[in-house]
Design a protein around this ligand. Structure first.
Ligand code: ATP
Length: 351
């Protein structure tokens, strides 16, 4: 069945990875049609807004969206893909295979996936002046210091809801079953300090774990986990956590493999998903044709799996692994001297 994908190439160096990867995809003659909604600066120039109604319709009528990273006004589309399409689970795999220039002495066997809650936590973006919160100073409320005594300052709200937590933790359990590696979910929170918010995340996670007893479940405090992720990454399978910790730790997980250029990512809701490499736009290497395309290739693999082209997704993954084990067509961040387009071509040749 024909699938439609909305493509937004992104900014700075992102299109340099997206274009050859899209070409590779098109050369496969799969029943996938690509459409290009106009967003960001070109849309401001022609329609006076960064995210016109036509772009929204184009995304809505597509089966998924593929997004290069953005640093500019096309971020408006990203807000819609996230909060407008309710894509609550951000899935970020971290898997080592031979040929990857990891800084670790023994990277063999690293194969875990971070599931980051994607819509809540500090990202509800409710911030303001501390003086607005003085109404919270009332007898019986346990705080370390009354708010009116804190002095000039700002606050940000960390919102953890039952619905938001339940659905992302359930998603993590389903994923653990599908991966069938260790069949384990680990929850990462800071419930010792944030008893209400992170405490609630853990409480709800425990409830979900109880009705998913076939999958092992444990939890760690986020600072302890950060250390374990580097010391013993092989012991983890699926790791679920609130938004901010997921944002930070998934970049750190990219560091375990040696480059953000290896970090793929997909954001899933109940009836929509969009796919975007975990790295940013890499402005410092824009225009040089050296951005590592692996994250974009693997992100496309995740998207193709989601769209039902599992056989192609597996072949693509094997082709990427082959190029790494050959080691002759790697970009500079992985110790090679190949260009982005040469590396994609090497993957295409194996395919
Ligand atoms: P954001 O806030 O959007 O995540 P950022 O500026 O924090 O963006 P990146 O754009 O991801 O971070 O870049 C961080 C560093 O990693 C830069 O030096 C960049 O060149 C490098 N980098 C990121 N992605 C890649 C890639 N695919 N290949 C090679 N280097 C990359």
């Amino acid at each position: 069945m024909l699938k439609q994908v909305a493509v937004i190439e992104g900014d700075d160096a992102a299109p340099e990875a997206m274009r050859p990867v899209i070409q590779l995809l098109q050369n496969q003659n799969l029943p996938v049609s690509l459409v290009y909604p106009e967003v960001g600066q070109p849309a401001i120039d022609s329609a006076g807004t960064a995210f016109p109604a036509e772009a929204k319709e184009c995304i809505d009528s597509s089966d998924a969206t593929l997004f290069g990273a953005t640093s500019g006004p096309s971020g408006a589309a990203l807000m819609y893909l996230r909060w407008g399409k309710n894509t609550f689970a951000n899935v970020r795999p971290c898997r080592y295979f031979p040929g990857i220039a990891s800084p670790l002495l023994k990277p063999d066997g690293i194969d875990f996936t971070i599931v980051r809650e994607n819509l809540e936590d500090l990202y509800v973006a409710v911030e303001g002046d501390l003086s607005e919160l003085e109404f919270l100073d009332k007898p019986g409320r346990t705080t370390r210091k009354p708010i009116r005594e804190l002095g000039e300052g700002r606050y940000a709200i960390k919102a953890i809801t039952r619905e938001g937590t339940e659905r992302v933790v359930r998603f993590a359990f389903d994923l653990a079953r599908k991966r069938a590696k260790q069949n384990k979910v680990t929850c990462v929170v800071k419930h010792n300090m944030l008893r209400e918010s992170d405490g609630f995340f853990l409480e709800v996670a425990n409830e979900v774990a109880e009705v998913n007893g076939d999958v092992e479940f444990d939890h760690f405090i986020v600072d302890d986990f950060a250390c374990r992720m580097i010391r013993e990454p092989q012991r983890f399978d699926v790791i679920v956590m609130p938004n901010l910790y997921g944002d930070l730790l998934s970049d750190a997980a990219g560091g375990l493999l040696g480059s953000l250029g290896l970090a793929a990512s997909g954001c899933y809701g109940s009836d929509y998903a969009y796919f975007e490499p975990a790295h940013g736009t890499a402005p410092d290497i824009a225009g040089k044709n050296i951005i590592n395309p692996t994250a974009t290739l693997m992100t496309v693999g995740m998207m193709m799996e989601y769209l039902g082209f599992s056989e192609f997704a597996t072949r693509l993954e094997r082709a990427i692994e082959q190029v790494y084990s050959d080691g002759t067509a790697l970009t500079p961040d992985q110790g090679g001297n190949a260009s982005t387009s040469a590396m994609v071509q090497a993957v295409a040749d194996v395919l």
